[in-house]
Design a protein around this ligand. Structure first.
Ligand code: SAM
Length: 248
């Protein structure tokens, strides 16, 4: 039988692709891409002429069976997404899961991933972290997701759309302790890459300083909750910290 390769592609800078990724993309029989037009440009850049098929969240359940059939006939297939590592907030989970259940060989070809790129340069603790994907869009669900990390002692990482970054920072300012450290990492590996580190309130001010700052691709990182060994309930600590600015 053939192998399914999970191949990471760049998240901005076209040079962020490994030698092995290029070799695999050149030698497999089929490349399954999230968006064939988008990936066509990347493949053209590297002179790769492998047959391309579309596998995205809307056709994955149907396409999956076909891909598995091809693997069983002995063809090798590479899965790529529009950017970074497939399956990380991208299609591919049902396919990989089914391949594993069918005893097929699934091989990772690692490379760029926005979560790891943002974390390693953020200056936030890296010893323990959780990736939470995209935050919910609706206010209540978003507040619940943020309240859930109130006492989390690890760095929490989210993807966020540019049109929601301001609202999300305001929600963080409302839900979490005022001094909680956050990092906004934008346009990673691209010409206008930027990191902002501070409180949610300071991040909002930073956005206000230049309208351009709200545009682009964002990773949002929230530092670990401060250790609270005082015996005071976390809600009381939060209340006290929200009152601090009002004290003389
Ligand atoms: N599979 C990708 C990965 O490995 O990171 C993530 C795909 S997800 C659909 C796209 C989101 O990832 C964007 O909305 C943004 O939050 C984040 N992202 C991707 N590339 C980025 C970059 N160059 N800079 C900052 N964030 C990025």
């Amino acid at each position: 039988t053939g192998q399914l390769f999970i191949v990471a592609t760049p998240i901005g800078n076209l040079s962020d692709i490994t030698h092995r990724a290029i070799e695999v993309l050149n030698t497999v029989d089929i490349i399954a891409a999230e968006d064939t037009r988008h990936s066509g440009r990347l493949l053209q850049h590297y002179g790769i002429n492998t047959r391309l098929i579309a596998l995205h969240e809307h056709n994955e359940t149907q396409k999956k069976a076909w891909v598995i059939e091809q693997l069983k006939t002995g063809l090798d297939i590479a899965l790529i997404s529009d950017a970074g590592t497939p399956l990380i907030s991208d299609p591919g989970f049902p396919l990989v899961n089914s391949c594993r259940e069918s005893g097929l060989v699934v091989t990772p070809v690692p490379g760029a991933c926005a979560v790891v790129a943002a974390l390693c340069a953020s200056g936030l603790p890296t010893d323990a972290f959780q990736f939470c994907g995209f935050l919910p869009v609706k206010t209540l669900a978003k507040e619940n997701a943020l309240n859930a990390i109130q006492d989390t002692r690890k760095t929490s990482i989210f993807y966020e759309a540019p049109r929601r970054i301001r609202d999300t920072l305001a929600t963080i300012a409302r839900c979490l302790q005022a001094e909680r450290q956050i990092v906004v990492a934008k346009e990673l590996t691209k010409s206008f890459e930027q990191f902002f580190k501070g409180t949610a309130q300071q991040a909002l001010q930073w956005l206000d300083e230049e309208p351009q700052r709200e545009k682009g691709e964002f990773v949002l990182l929230i530092g670990p909750a401060e250790q609270n060994d005082s015996g005071i309930p976390p809600e009381a600590v939060k209340l006290l910290s929200s009152l601090t600015p009002l004290m003389p």
